[in-house]
Design a protein around this ligand. Structure first.
Ligand SMILES: NC(=O)c1ccc[n+]([C@@H]2O[C@H](COP(=O)([O-])OP(=O)(O)OC[C@H]3O[C@@H](n4cnc5c(N)ncnc54)[C@H](O)[C@@H]3O)[C@@H](O)[C@H]2O)c1
Length: 270
């Protein structure tokens, strides 16, 4: 399938925890398309050791960085440019975590310290990354930045809890930075709104199996697999999409614009 779409491009890929992670698939596809990149994740995630396998398979360097820590992010951009030999053409933000969701606190009984953590890890981290990138003048002209999001930013999915607010903030940060970086350096900033996907973060949502099945039945093309999400990301990192910016782009098999399907109707008709 490779077309050298990212030949000569340098990137930073966050969030590859294990081979189910969407970021893991993006790294594999980016490698197949000729990119050179640095893999990064929170130091605590590194201890699990999985990322080393991906680094070996893709010829990537690993730089630990907590995406809520500005010092770590400054070091990440400095090291990435040093290891890759120039400015960064693409960044994947694939980071999400809510202590409230993890610990089963519903939206009407949030722990506010955890709520702040949810917003910081899952949304402000994108702002921090881009501010750090700009501080070290690390972004290449015409680059592309993507963050992964979910439709709970637009529609209510009760068990998605405070992550819905984090995704709404993430999408707003995308537009605000997209405006600035577009004018400054023709850098695009977009979010990809992905179908429910079986990963560590995805499966952590209460009732995940239910809404995975519901989305499958509600999508004319079915739920989009992680590898296809990765391929969409590659297209958006490539020069084929140089005028797409400040958008929330659904990669969901048609879920977001489907009203009902026979499969769902069948549950309500005799
Ligand atoms: N799985 C789904 O159903 C689904 C659907 C739509 C969007 N998404 C989004 O896709 C992205 C990737 O999630 P995934 O499903 O691949 O799950 P995942 O659990 O594999 O990835 C989440 C990553 O976030 C990282 N992370 C958490 N805290 C961090 C921190 N402080 N600093 C740096 N990294 C940190 C984790 O280590 C992990 O690698 C998330 O933004 C998620 O919300 C997932």
């Amino acid at each position: 399938m490779a077309h050298e779409l990212l030949k000569g491009k340098r990137g930073i890929i966050t969030g590859a925890l294990n081979d189910q992670s969407i970021a893991w698939k993006v790294a594999e596809e980016a490698h197949a398309e000729g990119a050179a990149f640095v893999l990064t994740n929170a130091p605590v995630a590194m201890r699990m050791g999985e990322i080393k396998k991906l680094a070996d398979a893709t010829g990537a360097e690993v730089v630990p960085a907590d995406a809520t820590n500005d010092t770590d992010l400054d070091a990440l951009f400095a090291l990435a440019q040093e290891k890759l030999g120039g400015r960064i053409d693409f960044i994947l933000h694939s980071i999400g975590m809510s202590p409230n969701v993890r610990k089963g606190r519903p939206y009407d009984d949030l722990n506010y310290d955890w709520y702040k953590q949810t917003l910081d890890v899952s949304a402000m981290s994108l702002h921090r990354m881009l501010q750090a990138a700009r501080r070290s003048d690390a972004l290449a002209e015409g680059g592309s930045i993507l963050a992964l999001t979910y439709i709970a930013a637009q529609r209510v999915f009760p068990d998605y809890g405070d992550m819905a607010d984090a995704k709404a903030l993430l999408e707003s940060i995308t537009r605000s930075w997209g405006y600035r970086l577009g004018r400054e350096r023709r850098v695009r900033v977009n979010t990809v709104s992905q179908s429910p996907t079986i990963t560590t973060a995805g499966s952590g949502i209460k009732g995940f199996d239910g809404f995975f099945g519901f989305a499958e039945a509600m999508s004319p093309l079915g739920n989009a697999p992680a590898v296809d999400c990765a391929r969409y990301c590659i297209a958006l990192f490539s020069d084929l999409t140089r005028y797409v910016t400040m958008q929330n782009l659904y990669h969901d098999g048609g879920f977001s614009t489907t009203g009902v399907t026979p499969e769902v109707m069948a549950k309500f008709t005799g």
